[in-house]
Design a protein around this ligand. Structure first.
Ligand code: GDP
Length: 295
């Protein structure tokens, strides 16, 4: 928790400052609610979530006849805490984890971090380089796999990504892996092809992955704010998402987008990235995150 507060300080400071500025100065009239909604939008919570929070607060203030500003802050914290309560999926081992996301969001780094984390827990981890479109992607993953000390399954550039996944599942089974982390391509400018490809990989996983559970993880870059929310919606339409990893939460003030994503998708954020090193990944608790924002 301490580490989270420290690393997510920019989001926290900017959020609480903006909200306090609105709550503590002025009356609880219509202008107040408009300003508050605006503030949430500026804090990257998105229009839908911002409106929902503001309207719920309006009702609760009316019901409870709350006037004290500290009580208003408490109500807000409660509303947002309830909003982000989404249960995390328990996954049985062995598991195939499909890691999806747009290029540049930190997908490869996240796979390295996850590999490190599970390896540290004593699990046998393997990675599959199924982003066969960019030569650099497989190379980069290779370097990470070597550094972390896990096996990698890869193919030549231009190979069919689902064939890499096919091979990797076979290898994972043969070698008794607990966790197979599959990197996938992320060219969102060619949305239709990307989604088709993901569907193809998903089918291979379903067909070949008997005995494995499946966990689909979406990686999003917090610094892109509303773009991250839009990407989340696009991927959510194409593949079933079990969880989300938000990268680059260190050094950005746009971390509030996490709340909008959980609220709009009802998919839990499992981890957040707080740096570039393999150990820079923390388990995310959205309730704690909201608490931190209001402290
Ligand atoms: P990919 O294209 O999605 O595979 O992205 P990469 O894994 O290559 O990451 C893109 C850049 O973001 C690299 O410079 C990473 O070091 C950096 N990066 C990834 N995750 C984080 C994070 O949590 N925090 C910070 N500050 N940088 C990150």
């Amino acid at each position: 928790y301490e580490r989270m507060c420290q690393k997510l300080k920019k989001t926290k400071d900017s959020f609480i400052q903006k909200v306090e500025n609105v709550v503590y100065y002025g009356d609880l009239d219509d202008d107040f609610f408009d300003e508050l909604e605006e503030t949430f939008i500026l804090s990257d919570l998105g229009i839908e979530t911002a409106t929902k929070i503001t309207e719920t607060l309006r009702e609760q203030i009316k019901e409870t006849k709350t006037k004290a500003k500290q009580d208003v802050m408490d109500l807000l914290r409660q509303i947002m805490t309830e909003m982000v309560e989404v249960e995390k999926h328990q996954t049985e081992l062995p598991v195939i984890m499909l890691v999806v996301g747009v290029n540049g969001v930190g997908k490869t780094t996240t796979i390295a971090k996850l590999a490190q984390k599970y390896k540290d827990q004593g699990k046998k981890v393997m990675v599959a380089a199924a982003d066969t479109f960019r030569a650099a992607a497989a190379e980069q993953l290779d370097v990470w796999a070597d550094r972390v000390g896990v096996d990698i399954i890869k193919s030549v550039q231009g190979a069919d990504p689902s064939s890499v996944v096919f091979d990797a599942i076979g290898a994972a089974r043969a070698r008794g892996a607990d966790i197979l982390l599959c990197d996938t391509a992320g060219r969102l400018h060619n949305k239709v092809n990307l989604m088709k490809e993901l569907e193809k990989i998903t089918r291979v996983v379903e067909r070949e992955g008997q005995g494995f559970s499946v966990h689909n993880l979406l990686v999003l870059d917090a610094t892109t704010g509303q773009n991250a929310l839009n990407q989340a919606k696009t991927f959510n339409d194409a593949v079933h998402l079990d969880g989300i990893v938000m990268t680059k939460m260190d050094g950005t003030a746009k971390g509030g987008v996490a709340i909008a994503i959980i609220d709009e998708l009802q998919v839990p954020i499992e981890y957040v990235g707080i740096g570039e090193k393999p150990e820079d990944l923390i388990d995310f608790d959205a309730g704690e995150f909201v608490r931190m924002l209001y402290e």
